[in-house]
Write a protein that binds this ligand. Structure first.
Ligand code: ZN
Length: 491
């Protein structure tokens, strides 16, 4: 699997091998080079601060310091000033995550990032999760442009009104051309029907088309801000080198990387504001030459927070509907995102709410673990942050088993037994017989590489939001410390 999760998996983070002089990971404690002693009229420095896949993790969680912790660090360690010589950039997937972001459909996240002085962000696949109209609102709300050079309207090849292919920013005397890229996986990694009107053209084609325009407008230093994975960035490096683009920033796969390939610096910060990438450079504005560049991954461990940004974040929490924060149950143990307990926590309520269906399937990749402690409607929103209605469709027993096994789906209403699968009442699942199955709409329409619609074009929208039955079911159990949720899930 290329990227096992959208949201919260630490287990697939890979630290890649380091290559190239001046590249380092986590230079904790060592002095941060900023080339300030080498500046002249034409030799100008820049310190780029980069994050990707923030996914709305505004508040500290576990070891990560959140947005206010990050901002405090930038002020303390970087003398951060958005007017220069700093520039803060994001690689996209700004929202879809904890309830504090998802409840406001990303508005809280964009507000905080604007206050942090971000200069631009790439459009990520999950930035489409609340639909194009919401993304258009986010773009209008953001104090910075949302970039994608390879996102095109199918009808006319134009860039949609909520996006810009590139933007030029002058920082500390350097005219910087920032070019956005959006993952070509977007049609299978958001609600597919939300992006049906768009093409995501090859990255190389987009760069070859856009770079001359950016140069024409006088940009000296070109930077790609891409919601693209390390494997794609490495393939793109020779093209970037040919086009004299010295920096390619990425995202989407939540990787922590700092590399140099063919003279192109390639970085990704992981996710959730757990780290940021720092790139200090010295640029000759006369000749367009990069004289020095040093990139590193800096941790954002939980600790002190900037009061202004923290206040802004808590202001959003206050604006949440109090009903979202009312206790509906209690978990004594974590319910893991890819567990049999999670399968039961979702599918039992769905099948109870829609009893004509015989089984239900979903992709664990769109689920976050439910932490132990008090459960609220906000906990369920954080657990399944993408919007989905449940579709009822028909699959033969063979098609159902194939889908479960090929896509590593979680399921309910059937159980695997020694002889194959059996239905809840104990009869074996027959390969040729057709069964009524509940499935989230994103998967029915082809998300996460599901290919079930071909078996039944007539899937019925049940009108059921996939969270509502889960919230009601958890509430109905009346769980507490003495009788925690996991006891009702077979733990
Ligand atoms: Zn992504």
């Amino acid at each position: 699997m290329r990227h096992p999760s959208i949201l919260s998996r630490r287990d697939f983070l890979r630290l890649s091998a380091l290559a190239g002089a001046g590249m380092m990971l986590s230079s904790c404690g060592s002095p941060l080079e900023d080339f300030s002693d080498q500046e002249t009229e034409t030799l100008r420095r820049l310190v780029l601060l980069y994050t990707n896949d923030e996914h709305g993790w505004l508040e500290p969680s576990g070891e990560a310091g959140g947005a206010a912790g990050m901002y405090r660090r930038w002020l303390a360690d970087e003398n951060y000033d958005p007017a220069g010589p700093n520039i803060a950039l994001s690689g996209g997937d700004l929202f879809t995550g904890p309830a504090l972001s998802t409840y406001f459909k990303g508005e809280s996240t964009l507000d905080v990032m604007g206050a942090m002085g971000y200069a631009a962000a790439a459009i990520g696949n999950h930035d489409f999760d609340a639909g194009v109209d919401v993304l258009r609102q986010r773009a209008a709300q953001a104090g910075f442009p949302l970039l994608s050079a390879n996102l095109r309207q199918k009808a006319n090849y134009q860039t949609p009104d909520f996006a810009r292919k590139y933007v030029i920013k002058e920082v500390n005397g350097i005219r910087i051309g920032l070019i956005g890229l959006t993952t070509r996986e977007t049609p299978v990694d958001t609600q597919p029907h939300y992006v049906a009107d768009y093409n995501f053209i090859p990255y190389e084609d987009a760069l070859r088309e856009v770079v001359p325009l950016v140069r024409e407008e006088g940009a000296g230093l070109l930077i790609v801000v891409g919601h693209i994975c390390a494997s794609e960035m490495r393939l793109l490096a020779p093209v970037a080198a040919e086009l004299s683009i010295p920096i390619v920033c990425g995202g989407h796969c939540h990787e922590e990387i700092v590399e140099m390939i063919e003279g192109v610096t390639i970085v990704q910060s992981g996710s959730f504001w757990r780290n940021y990438i720092r790139i200090a450079l010295l640029f000759d504005t006369d000749t367009g030459q990069m004289l020095n560049i040093q990139a590193s991954l800096q941790p954002n461990l939980a600790g002190r927070e900037d009061a202004r940004i923290a206040g802004r974040i808590s202001g959003w929490r206050v604006r949440m509907d109090p009903a979202m924060l009312q206790q509906i149950g209690y978990a004594g143990q974590m319910i893991g995102w890819n567990s049999g307990e999670m399968a039961r926590l979702l599918t039992q309520p769905w099948l109870a709410a829609y009893p004509t269906a015989q089984a239900a399937i979903f992709a664990p990749r769109y689920v976050q673990s439910l932490p132990p402690g008090v459960i609220t409607p906000a906990s369920i929103l954080s657990m399944i942050p993408t919007d989905n209605r449940l579709i009822e469709m028909k699959l033969t027993g063979a098609q159902l088993v194939h889908t479960i096994e090929e896509r590593q789906s979680l399921y309910g209403g059937i159980e695997s037994a020694a002889e194959g699968y059996v239905l809840a009442e104990g009869s074996p699942l027959e390969p040729e017989e057709r069964y009524r199955i509940l499935i989230p709409e994103a998967l029915y329409y082809g998300g996460n590489y599901y290919a079930v619609q071909q078996y039944d074009q007539e899937g019925q929208d049940t009108g059921l939001d996939w969270r509502t039955p889960v919230i009601e079911w958890v509430r109905s159990l009346g769980t507490n410390r003495q009788d925690p949720l996991e006891r009702h899930l077979g733990l």
